[in-house]
Design a protein around this ligand. Sequence first.
Ligand SMILES: [Zn+2]
Length: 478
Amino acid sequence: MAWPEDGDGQRGVVVMNAAGSARLRPGEPDEVLAGRNPVADQDPMAFLPYGSEVADPSPPNERNAYPYAAERLLSVFADPARSPDLVVVHTPRHYFPELGGHRGEHGSLDVIQSRAPLLLSGPGVRVDGMVADHARLRDIGPTLAWLAGVDPSPSHGRLSDAHGEPLDGVVLDRLVGRGARWVVGILWDGAHCGDLLDQAAAGRLPNVARLLSRGGALTGGAVAEFPSLTLANHTSILTGAAVGRHGVLGNLFLDRTTGRRIDANDSTTWHRWPEWARRDVPTVFEQVAAVRPDALTACVNEPADRGAGYSTMQLIRQSGTGDGSVALAHLMPDAAASPYLGNRAHLADDYYTWATRADDVGLQQVLGLWESAAAAPALMWWASAVTDAGHHAGGPRSAIARDSLADSDRRLGAFLDRLDALGVADDVVVLLTADHGFEAADPGRTGGWDQPLRAAGLEFDDIGPGFIYLGAMGGGNT
Ligand SMILES: [Zn+2]
């Protein structure tokens, strides 16, 4: 459990579990209040090399690590209208199907659920092969914007928000230099960092290997913001801002100013992201448009699209239907006919089927945008979903998770073939990442906190799950 605490003129956060508690403040040593510090190990490179993660999957709290714990937790409590009073996260082994949990899950503060891959490929890349290092997901957007021509502020050295204040993410100029004519960011939702690199090394992801042959990857990947959930991190990636600043605190959260709960991560509502993200935090597309108004930017199958010249979600909004899944349905090809689907048996999983169709539409858009070099976007962001479906269904290293990586690899191959056919592969810099990691649950490890808390007489809303808002709440969904 974690909650904010003000004291000595500085905001901190208290973390507690059955074994002890501690007070955390960014930049200061943790202060143990009782027992042992539940987040004593904060090493972002924990469980590396990958064999150590495989040998101790979904570890209990006392063997786990929680990178940037103070900073990441504090940000969740930074939004006066939307922050919960308390957050509760389970160990990675916890299984909660009654609240929507799957065999594979993410959302926690711990290092593996927070570790997304980060591959860099193409001209200017300074990473050669596998490098024992890590970055943050919030660094990706500022890096893409900088590669596409946006300069950091000379006064504070970072990209700026609408008030001129520095964004949280930094430009990763230690990993890549400018010079590419085209900039491409690719997100494979929930793709597992260690297994992605392992499968590529084993020859099972030939197109990831093509990317790696022109650059490399960080074995520690990029650390997600907390919670390690989809929409919170898509927004941090594409704005460079921490969650308490961009306002998309999770997939589900409450807005106290309206009393409504916001369900941001759903195929029926994903196009409504601009209603929820704070306007004073610009997207990479707005950053690039401000300095290169004539440059085309493109945002494929991604909710965090404000300011993009081409955007899938904008097409959905313009279609006039309020339901994003209906608006896209007529465009979506039959999943069983997908040339990128490796194993038709996975179509027994509804999410895998939907993601296959959405990702095929995504690739169609990408190939349409890259019909010719003359018309290609200066900056393109391309999000894919089937990797999230595969990892939820079976957990990392399962057959279905690995097949979802292979399906995405085939779509990546179609794009790389197009770059080769246009003769521009040496002029395109590509960053490939994800929005969070994954760990496998233990179906025997069940239970929750709701019933004991209600039995103790507390009135609260548990949203997410794990975002707890004290007091009775009115309103409905929005
Ligand atoms: Zn995700």
